[in-house]
Each structure stands twice: as C-alpha cells, then as structure tokens.
Design a protein around this ligand. Structure first.
Ligand code: DOR
Ligand code: ZN
Length: 345
C-alpha cells in the first residue's frame, strides 16, 4: 500500500477568495496547498475591469504572509456590457487570465451576469483569437426548469452551440455535476475541458436531507443523484487531460448558511487536497492524481507546470467542526470527520 505520495505543486483552477475580513480568513488555506489559483470575480461589485482586478490581486497578496509563494490568476466577470478590446488589452497586460460567464441570476452575486451569451459574440471571437479561456457556470436560469436539470439543459441548449460556433475558443465547464456534462466534455474537442470539485465527487443529493436539512451540503450547481456522482468520479480518475481540479471553495459565514434562505457554497479549501486524494485512493487511481491536480489544468490554460513538490502521507486528519469566529466563522466541508491523508511540509 502506498503511504506517501509526492507530486508537483498543484493549482486550484476555481476558487472564491472573497474580500475584506473573509479574504483575510480564507486566503492562506488556498495558498498553503496551491501554487496558483483561478480567482472568481463575483465580488460586490463584480470584477469587470483591469483596474478592479489589479486592486483585488493586491488585496489578495496583502492577505498572505510576505513569503507566500502563491500567484492569484484573475478573471473578468462578463456582463452584457463586456468590451472585447478592453478584455484583450487586460489579457495582454497579464491582468486577466480568463473570463467568467455567469448566466444572470444563476448563483451568488450573478445579478450582473450575462442575459444572452450569444450577444457577446464579438467578445468571444476576440477571446478565441487570443487564446483566452472562457470559464462557464453551466446552468440555465429558467425558473420552469427543474433545478436538478439545469446543468444538463445548459449543455444541451447553450454549450453545444458555443462549441459549434466558436470551435477554437478554449472553454472550461466549471464544477461539473452530471453524467451529461462529463460525457459531453469527454467526447468534445480538445478545446473543451472541465473542473471538478471535491463535493461533487463525494456527496450526492441525499446529503442535503440526511436526517434533516443540511445547509452545508448546499452549493450550486446543486449535488445530484448517485449515478451522476459516479460519472463525475469516473471522469476525474479517468486520466483524461480534459478534467482537472477546481475546488469551487465558496465560504459563507455560518449564519448565512444556517438561515431561512441559506447561501450556496461549500468551504472546502482547508483540506481540499486530502479530500481529492482520498477519492483517487478509493478508486485505485493514485497514479492519476498528479495529472488531475498539477498538470492537466496548466496544460489546458497554456501555462507552465509548477516547479517544486508537495507530499501527502497516510494518516488521520481530523477536520474541525468550525474554523474561525465571529464574522468569519466557517463550517468546512467534512466538518467533524477524519480524513485519511495529510499534507506535510
Ligand atoms: O455554490 C456556489 N457558491 N456556487 C457558485 O456558483 C457561487 C458560489 C459562491 O460564490 O458562493
Ligand atoms: Zn464558483
């Protein structure tokens, strides 16, 4: 049995670092494990231009110890007013790595999102020309579509058309949750990839109602039936270069989760690598772990692989029931459980 695994330093290709006190509270959890992270722009107000992204990047670095070896990769929140030239300039200047598509009202802080992505064709054409990835929250927002079907319907109605009309555009379907999304990405062109969160590998929709309503298992896209979890798991451990790590760690203070209208988001940053590694271990796929966490994403984005390594060892890792206090009290994914791996160094 392998009890120790040393791999190239990994990256998190989808994380919410928030701002202000919450940023101070959560940033180090990500920087401790990952060399780089794609930082989501759904702040209030959203990060829609280069000046806001540069200022936010500075706040992220200021929240970390001076010797932190961590690079935040910034994303542009697309709105109906997105401007192709401004986005291309910010990409050329090294400010924006990618653009994020939130369909309007799909999720947290998406009110300024895009009402019809095909009306942004000039932006997508420019991104395609310069090799700038489009990161997609892939859910339709129609109230009459069942919430458990919104991803599959998005793949069918929107993503398939995007892939057809923008054949050279790099697209990352973020946080996939369904067999339909896994199959579509798997069988799609090399320009199409997907991130996978720990929660969508580990829990199914029963976790939302396990003995009562469980707000800490609620995120968007919502966790699905067991057959979908198994399909997403199979994709993650398949060895396909189209799938890579994106935690979607999305902290909300405990009171905002345990509420009459609880916020969507699972705070998985503190033990993300341990959680992913346990999945690969359970699947007998430890040999596929390094590519998923440290190689596939960088290659897809066209960025260099990281130098340096990290080591995880088999061992009991108790997860606290709560992390932080007051305005930043957070219930982590796996709260109160014990994970079987531990990140050393
Ligand atoms: O669960 C989620 N939380 N899904 C998202 O798409 C947004 C995120 C957040 O920002 O809280
Ligand atoms: Zn997210």
């Amino acid at each position: 049995m392998t009890d120790r695994i040393t791999i190239r330093r990994p990256d998190d290709w989808h994380v919410h670092l928030r701002d202000g006190a919450m940023l101070q509270a959560v940033a180090a959890h990500t920087a401790r494990q990952f060399a780089r992270a794609i930082v989501m722009p759904n702040l209030t107000p959203p990060v829609t231009d280069a000046a806001a992204a540069v200022a936010y990047r500075e706040r992220i670095m200021a929240a970390l110890p001076a010797d932190a070896d961590f690079t935040p990769l910034m994303t542009c929140y697309l709105t109906d007013a997105a401007d192709a030239a401004a986005i291309a300039d910010a990409h050329a200047a090294g400010v924006f790595t990618a653009c994020k598509l939130y369909p309007a009202h799909a999720t947290t802080n998406s009110a300024h999102g895009v009402t019809d992505i095909f009306r942004l064709a000039p932006v997508l054409e420019r991104m395609q020309a310069i090799g700038m990835p489009l990161l997609i929250h892939g859910e339709v927002t129609d109230r009459d579509i069942d919430i458990f079907d919104r991803e599959a319907v998005f793949v069918d109605r929107i993503l398939s058309r995007l892939v057809r009309e923008f054949p050279a555009l790099k697209i990352v379907l973020e946080h996939i949750t369904t067999a339909e999304a896994a199959a579509f990405v798997s069988e799609g062109p090399a320009t199409l990839a997907a991130t996978i969160t720990p929660q969508h590998l580990i829990i199914n929709r029963n976790a939302l109602f396990d003995g009562g309503l469980r707000p800490h298992a609620y995120c968007l896209p919502v966790v699905k039936r067991e057959k979908h979890r198994l399909a997403v798991r199979a994709a993650a451990v398949s060895g396909s270069p189209k799938f890579f790590l994106g935690t979607d760690s999305a902290p909300h203070v405990v009171g905002a989760k345990e509420s009459g209208c609880g916020c969507a988001g699972i705070f998985n940053a503190p033990f993300a690598l341990e959680a992913y590694l346990r999945v690969f271990d359970q699947e007998g796929a430890l040999d596929k772990f390094e590519a998923f966490v440290s190689e596939n994403g960088a290659r897809f984005y066209g960025l260099p692989l990281n130098a340096g390594t990290i080591t995880l060892v088999r061992g009991e890792t108790p997860v606290p029931t709560i992390i932080g206090q007051g305005d930043t009290a957070l219930v982590p994914f796996h709260a109160g459980e014990t994970l079987g791996w531990r990140l050393v160094n």
